[in-house]
Design a protein around this ligand. Structure first.
Ligand SMILES: Cc1cc2nc3c(=O)[nH]c(=O)nc-3n(C[C@H](O)[C@H](O)[C@H](O)COP(=O)(O)OP(=O)(O)OC[C@H]3O[C@@H](n4cnc5c(N)ncnc54)[C@H](O)[C@@H]3O)c2cc1C
Length: 483
C-alpha cells in the first residue's frame, strides 16, 4: 500500500531541502509496502514537530519518516526494513521526555507508539494489568482505579506521558517515596528487537528467578535496546485519599534537616516534597497561595493509610516537623484541603516559567546530603547571577533545580548551561547521580562516564552490541556507541 501523495516527499527532496538518496527512496518504498495508508508520514512540518521532546539544549536531526505503528507486526516490519538498510530508528512515546532521548537523528525513522494505546487485560485477582505502550500513565491509572486497584508511579507529567516511555526511562514521581519507581512494578515486557524478532521477558507471577533479569535490562534503556510493544505491570490495592501537612521553615538547610527527621520518625509518608524560597515565592506570586513572606522553604508530607491512622500519622509528622524548627504548620485533615496545598507543588513549573526560560535539572543525592546540595546550589546561583529554584521529591533525595535565564541573551544561555552541568557535578561529589528519573538521553551524555566509570561503560557498549549489532536503535543516546 502506498501513501506517496502525502507530505512533501515525492521522490525529489527530503527535509531541509537536501536531496533524498535512492536508498532513502528504497527505505520509504519498503516501509510503505506492509503498512496501511497514513501510517508513514514525511511531511516536513510533522517530522519537525515529532523530531523533538521537551528538553532544551539538545540537538535534533532531520528524520526521513515518521511511522505510527498500530500493532506489534507493524513495529516488526519497521525494524526489519531498518535492519535491511541500516537506518536508525528512534522509538517514541508521548515525547514528554526532558533529556532529548526521543529526538530525531539525521535520516532516522521516528517510530511512534502513541497509537498502540489499549489496556489489554486487567486481572483483578492477580493484581496485574497488561497494556500497550502508548497508553498515557493517567489513563492506565484511571482504568485500574475503576476496579479498585492502584498503579503508583505518578510522574508529574502523568496526563501526557506514555507507559512505554515511563518504562524506557524508569520514571519516578511524587508517591515513589513510599511505593517505589516504575521498575518496581514491571513484571514483564514484550520487546521487538533490532532485527524484528520478538522477545518476551519476565512473568505474571509474584516471584520468579528463571534466567537473567532481562526485564530490568530494558527498563531505563531509553529505546536503545529494543522497542517495547507490551507491558505487564503489578498493581496494588487502592489506597485512601491522603491527608496532608505543610510546614514552613525560615531556611532551606533547616528544612533539609527536617526531611531526614521525618524519614527516620517511623512513619512512611506517601509523599514528601520540598520547595525552596525561590519556588515558594514564585507560586505565591503566580497563584496567590498566601505562604508566609518569611518562608525560606516549604515541606509537604502526606499519609494515605486511611481513617484514624492517617490522622495520627499526619499529627506525628507535624510534631516532628515542628520539633525540627518549622515556623508555621498547616494540617489538612480533609483530603480536599490537602489537594489545595499540593496545588502549590504541582504549580511550580508554571510559576517558574513566569520568571524566564527554565531548564530543569534532575539530580539525586543521599538524603543526608540534602542540606549540602541546597547550600551549594545557593552559592552557585549567587556566583552565576541566575535564579535557580530548587524543588523536588525530598523523601527520595531527588531534586529538580530549575535554572531561569533569558533565552535571547546568549551569555545567559551559556551561563545557564554551565550552571546546569555544575549541578550534576555537585551531585556526583555528594555521592549522588546525574539523573534521578529523567534519564541521560543527549542532555547528560558527557557526564555518564564520570558517574558509572569506564568498566561499566564498556559493559553498556557490549550489551548494545549483543542486542543491536548494527547500532540502529536510538544510536548516540545515553552513550556514544564507539569509544
Ligand atoms: C512538566 C513535566 C514534568 C515531568 N515530571 C516527571 C516526573 O515527575 N517524573 C519523571 O520520571 N519524569 C517526568 N517528566 C519526564 C517525562 O515525562 C518522562 O521521562 C516520561 O517517562 C517520558 O514518557 P514519554 O512517553 O513522553 O516518552 P518519550 O519522551 O517519547 O521517550 C522517552 C524515552 O523512551 C523511549 N521510548 C518511548 N517509548 C518507548 C517504547 N515503547 N519502547 C522503547 N523505547 C521507548 C524513547 O526512545 C526515549 O528514549 C516530566 C516531563 C515534563 C515535561
Amino acid at each position: 500500500m502506498s501513501n506517496r501523495g502525502q507530505g512533501s516527499y515525492g521522490g525529489l527532496m527530503s527535509l531541509g531541502g537536501s536531496r533524498t538518496t535512492s536508498t532513502d527512496e528504497s527505505v520509504l518504498d519498503a516501509l510503505q509496502q506492509d503498512l496501511p495508508d497514513g501510517a508513514v508520514s514525511f511531511d516536513a512540518d510533522v517530522l519537525s514537530t515529532y523530531g523533538v521532546d521537551r528538553a532544551m539544549f539538545c540537538p535534533a536531526g532531520k528524520a526521513l519518516a515518521l511511522v505510527h505503528a498500530r500493532d506489534r507486526a507493524q513495529v516488526q516490519h519497521v525494524l526489519r526494513v531498518a535492519s535491511r538498510y541500516g537506518v536508525p530508528v528512534v522509538p517514541q512515546g508521548a515525547r514528554s521526555g526532558l533529556s532529548g532521548a526521543a529526538n530525531a537523528i539525521d535520516g532516522c525513522i521516528l517510530l511512534s507508539l502513541e497509537k498502540m494505546n489499549r489496556v489489554l487485560e486487567i486481572d483483578v485477582a492477580n493484581r496485574i494489568v497488561v497494556a500497550e505502550p502508548g497508553i498515557y500513565n493517567a489513563e492506565l491509572s484511571r482504568a485500574v482505579s475503576d476496579v479498585g486497584l492502584f498503579y503508583p508511579p505518578d510522574p508529574s507529567s502523568w496526563e501526557f506521558c506514555s507507559i512505554g516511555g515511563n518504562v524506557a526511562t524508569n520514571s519516578g514521581g511524587l508517591c515513589c517515596v513510599k511505593y517505589g519507581v516504575t521498575t518496581d512494578y514491571v513484571l514483564g515486557l514484550e520487546v521487538v528487537l533490532a532485527n524484528g524478532e520478538v522477545l518476551r521477558t519476565g512473568r505474571r507471577t509474584v516471584k520468579g528467578v528463571a534466567g537473567y533479569d532481562l526485564t530490568r535490562l530494558f527498563v531505563g534503556s531509553e529505546g536503545t535496546l529494543g522497542v517495547i510493544t507490551e507491558v505487564t505491570l503489578m498493581l496494588r490495592p487502592a489506597s485512601e485519599r491522603p491527608l496532608t501537612v505543610a510546614a514552613v521553615f525560615d531556611s532551606a538547610s533547616t528544612a533539609a534537616a527536617a526531611v531526614t527527621a521525618v524519614v527516620s520518625c517511623g512513619v512512611t509518608p506517601s509523599l514528601l516534597e520540598f520547595m525552596d524560597r525561590v519556588t515558594v515565592q514564585a507560586v505565591n506570586d503566580a497563584f496567590n497561595m498566601g505562604f508566609s513572606a518569611a518562608a525560606g522553604a516549604l515541606i509537604l508530607a502526606q499519609s494515605d493509610v486511611g481513617g484514624d491512622r492517617s490522622v495520627s500519622e499526619i499529627k506525628h509528622m507535624a510534631a516532628v516537623l515542628e520539633e525540627a524548627g518549622a515556623i508555621e504548620i498547616a494540617v489538612a485533615d480533609d483530603p480536599a484541603e490537602g489537594d489545595l496545598l499540593l496545588a502549590a507543588r504541582r504549580g511550580v513549573l508554571t510559576a517558574m516559567e513566569r520568571l524566564g526560560t527554565t531548564m530543569i535539572d534532575d539530580v539525586c543525592v543521599p538524603r543526608t546530603k540534602l542540606a549540602e546540595l541546597i547550600d551549594r546550589i545557593e552559592v552557585l546561583s549567587a556566583e552565576c547571577g541566575l535564579v535557580i529554584g530548587v524543588v523536588g521529591h525530598a523523601g527520595d533525595g531527588n531534586f529538580h533545580p530549575t535554572v531561569v535565564f533569558d533565552a535571547q541573551d546568549l551569555d545567559q544561555v551559556a551561563t545557564a548551561k554551565r550552571a546546569f552541568d555544575e549541578i550534576m557535578r555537585i551531585s556526583l561529589e555528594l555521592g549522588g547521580t546525574i539523573t534521578g528519573e529523567h534519564g541521560v538521553g543527549l542532555l547528560k551524555i558527557e557526564l555518564l562516564e564520570e558517574e558509572i566509570g569506564p568498566v561499566s561503560l564498556g559493559i553498556h557498549r557490549a550489551l548494545k552490541q549483543a542486542l543491536d549489532p548494527q547500532g540502529i536503535l536510538n544510536p548516540g543516546k545515553i552513550f556514544a556507541i564507539k569509544a
